[in-house]
Design a binder for this molecule. Sequence first.
Ligand code: HEM
Length: 441
Amino acid sequence: MRGQCPPRPALLHGLVAGLDFEGYLRRRAASGDPFAVGFPGFPPVLFTGTAEGARELFRAPVELVDPPRPNPIEPMVGTASLILTSGPRHRTDRAMLAPAFHRAKVRALGEVIRESTLRELESDSGTGAPWPVGSRVDVLTKARSITLRTILAAVFGAGADSEYGDAVDDFLSTFTTPLLVAPVLRRATGGFGPWDRFVAARDLLDRRLLAGIARRRAEGPAAGDLLDLLLATRYEDGSALTDAELCEQLRTLLVAGHETTATSLTWALYHLHREPGLLARLTDELAQAGDDPAEQATAPLLNAVCQETLRLHPAVPIVLRQLREPWRWRGVDVAAGQTIGLAVGVLHSQPSTWPAPRLFHPDRFLGRKYTPFQYAPFGGGHRRCIGATLAEYELRVVLATLLTSARLRLDPALALGRRPRTVPHNLATAPNRAIHFTRTA
Ligand code: HEM
């Protein structure tokens, strides 16, 4: 089948992918399905971008698939991370954490999310500057402050941002794209290189996390937040998570739980402010819904805007599984050890499901449902994103709060110019340039 030979040279392709990840995957998909992609420093991956391929991937027997190893994000999250474990260990960890992501628990964070958003507009937030009328900001920075406070509240309880916020920021900013894509750079260079800076930031964050863990152990469980659930985790042999493993799980939740949502918020605001008619419809809808986050979050057009944002800009653009044994997938015999995956953006661009797929058109979600194999921004199967309910609720509450509390103007060059490209960024992706807005009211 065409498209299966890994592209050569991988380094050149890696550079092109680094400049426009979504566009690169779409171009590779044009050669056939499945199609191979080589990433520098890692074995080639065989991708699908079809609903049938997604169905087979998500329904693969649990004991057949693992997360890929080596994995570029391992230095950030560690081997005990929920993202990297498999088998009974993964099952237990997921089951223990799941209650924190149930609908009722997520709804209870509504006020925290709303206040966090208002704080970003009105006053000095500690993790971000105020946004007075007339000033211009990179909205991704604002979105990151809001989503970091939310995930810190979900993990440690409300108000935890002053203790951990800056350490998480430093940790994330030191894991630069070169470190992500080029494992050869991951070595000490006398304390001054990018790897040394990353390791120092990770150590600092872990020290803060360990202090928080010690305090919680001394004080006893709080209100069933994620830290409580991690501390209560027990395996079949009765053992608990070690301190190092606790740090890895906490780092995972903090990182996976805020950059993704922040990127999605940025794209949603970008598209809304390029389409005044759509923005007016949405603000009218929100005006009817009042101030209650739970009420606002049920608004149909708001929901459609969030879904369309995740369709056009899936913050996690690839979903990967490594085969333990040989498997026939998409009509191809795939060897044990090979990694197969879903290119989410390619799936979300299939013209048979999504007419005019490159257009931002939320109405396609009004009154219509798609299968979990046609639309998969949160992946699928037994590893589907554990934070999906939180992410969707947070997107809606932050957008509703921002749009009913402030007026924003997108920079004219962005409002009229070409759409920014998507580039890899930490665990997720981000627009390749800053999306600036001026607050006008
Ligand atoms: C818009 C926001 C988000 C997007 C687009 C997103 C997307 C994804 C995707 C595609 C996966 C891989 C699923 C698979 O392998 O099938 C994933 C996994 C994961 N996500 Fe999210 N995510 C988001 C927000 C969150 C939030 C708020 C959390 C909260 C902690 C979170 C935590 C995780 C974790 C821990 C995993 C690993 C799950 C496992 O392997 O069992 N994510 N996410």
